[in-house]
Design a protein around this ligand. Structure first.
Ligand SMILES: [Zn+2]
Length: 103
């Protein structure tokens, strides 16, 4: 008859204590490291950025993705959602290098 209640009631996940600015932030594992990924809504995008994926400008008020390697917040980049997803899907086995020299 030993008590099995090891879970105190009324305990809440810490996530609820975080402010709203980080609530849409996730960590993604990539082959070149772990990235912090934040989804930006159109209303919080108040200036244009250049996307490193396609080298096109992301107009202001456009929902997009901000990502940086953990510990390198200064190196964060703004990506189109689609460009970030493409980068994410890239795998060594499926990547085709069109410009690679052939023998
Ligand atoms: Zn892009």
């Amino acid at each position: 008859m030993s008590p099995r209640r090891n879970y105190p009631k009324g305990r809440r996940p810490k996530d609820e204590e975080r402010d709203i600015a980080t609530s849409n932030q996730t960590i993604e594992e990539h082959t070149d490291g772990d990235f912090i990924v934040r989804k930006i809504t159109g209303s919080s995008s108040n200036k244009p950025y250049r996307c490193p994926g396609c080298d096109q400008v992301i107009p202001m008020a456009t929902p997009h993705t901000v990502a940086w390697m953990i510990g390198d917040e200064d190196g964060r980049r703004h990506w189109h959602n689609a460009c970030w997803a493409k980068r994410n899907n890239r795998k060594p086995n499926t990547e085709r290098t069109r410009n690679a020299p052939r023998f």
